[in-house]
Design a protein around this ligand. Sequence first.
Ligand code: SAM
Length: 208
Amino acid sequence: MSPENPLLTRAISLGHDKSKITEFYDEWAKAYDHDIVDIIGYVGHRVTAEALVSRVSGDAEILDAGCGTGLVALELKKRNAALRIDGIDLTQGMLDEAARTGAYRRLLPGDLTATLPLSDKSYDGIVSAGVFTNGHVGPEGIDELVRVARPGAPIVLTVRDTAWEADGFDVHIRDLERAGAIRLREIKHSPYHAHEGMLCRLCTLDAV
Ligand SMILES: C[S@@+](CC[C@H](N)C(=O)[O-])C[C@H]1O[C@@H](n2cnc3c(N)ncnc32)[C@H](O)[C@@H]1O
């Protein structure tokens, strides 16, 4: 594995502190796409879009949770231009960049660790890439995604490998399944930061 990029070292050291997270991403927003894709070799947006698109049809309503600058929605739209995608994110600077893509129906500020300003059972599919990672959102953030998913809706998310056990994602997802809130469709290793050799768990959960 290559030595970690300094931006990633900073990103995973934000300690779940929301003011540090928004300060970091507001500062990074304009250069984010270039740095993360071209320099770091991030592929989370591509692998989640590929996994989700085959599971939803036509003009499905999709939530992109922690949408950042809109990389996931652009990948989804390449594969199905009719999808109606809403994006939500904690950081206004990232939402401003996402608005420039023109890929979203709606963009909203929101915090995955609190109650999102969205109705129960309102989406046909949910995607969250690059958000469930060290220092960002812990496994409890998955509960809000489950709440806003329609029964049967696929929820596709990445969990950085270094957070999977350390932050209790494995246990939390099994607990959600045992409680009957989700059906676990697939958890597999996937490339994540390709230039760093970092993997993630690519999880597909079905809301019940
Ligand atoms: C690494 S970026 C990923 C962005 C995008 N999904 C992608 O794949 O490029 C992480 C994003 O998570 C957002 N974020 C961090 N904590 C959050 C929270 N509690 N609620 C909502 N978004 C959050 C950040 O603002 C940032 O835009």
